[in-house]
Design a protein around this ligand. Structure first.
Ligand SMILES: Cc1cc2nc3c(=O)[nH]c(=O)nc-3n(C[C@H](O)[C@H](O)[C@H](O)COP(=O)(O)OP(=O)(O)OC[C@H]3O[C@@H](n4cnc5c(N)ncnc54)[C@H](O)[C@@H]3O)c2cc1C
Length: 374
């Protein structure tokens, strides 16, 4: 009797740390994305319904953070936790949006999320001026976006535009724009911080595309954005946890080696207490991540996401400032703790400033008080 040949068992993707191990130290955001995509690590983040697995997301962000290029980590975070899920939610079975989705998931192309508008403060998205005119045979995009992560190397731009005037949440639409389409001009942001994120400003001058480049139904952009914003906020918290832990570990190691009057600085009581305070703050963030992650990923609980992002904004800066101070002059070295602290300002600005998030926490004060009493 012959036995039928059995299909080889599908191989599990490598761990993120293994997949990234062979990359050069200065690998670009596009190369890191390509490597993760080719290893199945991007596809592996999502379940069949498009929901994200917090454990895998944390593992991926921790491995990318360990490479020490904050700009590259920011690029991966925005693509994996925000841009891709929004694109996936609006992708039909065929056409350019589906093709773009496949190419980004596989790592072959990169995708930038272009929401913050040249004509309005980022804290007031509903005032944005970038507009899309929707005709039967073509759509035309005009306007501009600023401070867009991954704009410079992006193959695709996912652009938030208005298709009618007014601040009502149904006035907005996502448009998928090939970065090399006629009328698109991308200028690198003039900054020395987070350079690996290849952040840029984008102008759209009469960009003409087929209507198939609309992502989701016109008018559904803001609800789709809000629905996936929680995932980006969770990703930010998971990255903040990894980054602060890495810098704390580095700081402790330096304090242990640094001798003042023959004794390691680590034995100085005041130093230990300041360090311990940071550990408590990061421990609280860690606990909040674990408690709130299922509510954010499974139930799209935006109040929970706002609380978590507020906690990130209130934790990262004081912790990294103490670390940088405890490293003395060495904190000012190239790519040292002072630079990390400055780059980490993005936690309190990108994707919603801390003050705006705290407003949302206050909006839900009664709900939180009820929970705290339970
Ligand atoms: C490195 C980096 C990467 C980014 N990547 C992207 C991206 O990929 N895609 C994208 O679309 N955008 C991106 N952004 C833009 C980001 O989302 C905006 O910068 C952010 O929303 C804040 O907008 P703003 O800079 O216009 O600040 P503003 O809205 O002008 O606010 C300025 C300051 O005013 C204060 N403020 C604002 N509102 C309030 C309030 N209600 N209460 C109290 N104080 C307030 C805060 O202190 C705030 O920092 C990025 C920004 C940075 C710095």
């Amino acid at each position: 009797m012959t036995t039928a040949p059995t299909a080889p068992a599908p191989t599990a993707p490598p761990t993120p740390a293994v997949a990234l191990a062979g990359l050069p130290e200065k690998a670009t955001a596009a190369l890191v994305w390509q490597t993760c995509g080719a290893a199945g690590l991007i596809e592996g983040l999502y379940d069949d319904g498009g929901g994200i697995d917090p454990r895998r997301l944390a593992e991926l962000l921790t491995a990318v953070d360990a490479r020490g290029d904050n700009g590259v980590t920011l690029s991966l975070l925005v693509q994996a936790a925000s841009a891709l899920p929004i694109l996936a939610a609006g992708a039909p079975a065929n056409g350019p949006v589906r093709d773009a989705l496949d190419s980004v998931r596989s790592g072959a192309r990169t995708l930038a999320l272009a929401a913050t508008d040249s004509a309005a403060p980022g804290s007031d998205l509903a005032d944005l001026a970038t507009e899309v005119t929707i005709g039967p045979d073509e759509i035309v995009l005009r306007g501009g976006k600023r401070w867009i992560t991954t704009a410079c190397p992006a193959g695709w731009l996912l652009v938030l535009a208005r298709h009618r005037p007014g601040r009502h949440f149904t006035s907005f639409t996502w448009v998928l724009v090939p970065a090399d389409a006629p009328g698109v001009r991308i200028t690198p942001a003039d900054t020395d911080l987070l350079t690996g994120a290849a952040t840029g400003h984008i102008e759209f001058t009469d960009v003409r595309l087929a209507p198939e480049h609309l992502v989701g139904r016109p008018g559904r952009a803001m609800p789709a954005f809000a629905r996936h914003m929680g995932t980006e906020r969770l990703a930010g918290a998971l990255w903040a946890r990894a980054l602060t832990t890495r810098v704390l570990a580095d700081t402790k190691e330096r304090l242990t080696r640094r001798l003042v009057d023959g004794r390691p600085l680590w034995h100085n009581s005041s130093v230990r207490q300041r360090f311990a305070t940071c550990l408590v703050q990061v421990g609280q963030l860690h606990a909040l991540c674990d408690t709130l992650a299922p509510r954010i990923t499974r139930h799209h609980d935006l109040a929970a996401a706002a609380l978590l992002k507020s906690a990130v904004g209130l934790t990262v800066d004081p912790v990294l400032s103490v670390c940088a101070q405890l490293q003395g002059a060495d904190g000012l070295l190239h790519d040292g703790a002072q630079r990390i602290r400055a780059e980490a300002a993005v936690f309190g600005i990108g994707g919603g400033v801390t003050e705006l998030l705290l407003d949302t926490v206050a909006d839900h004060a009664d709900t939180w008080l009820t929970e705290l009493r339970a």
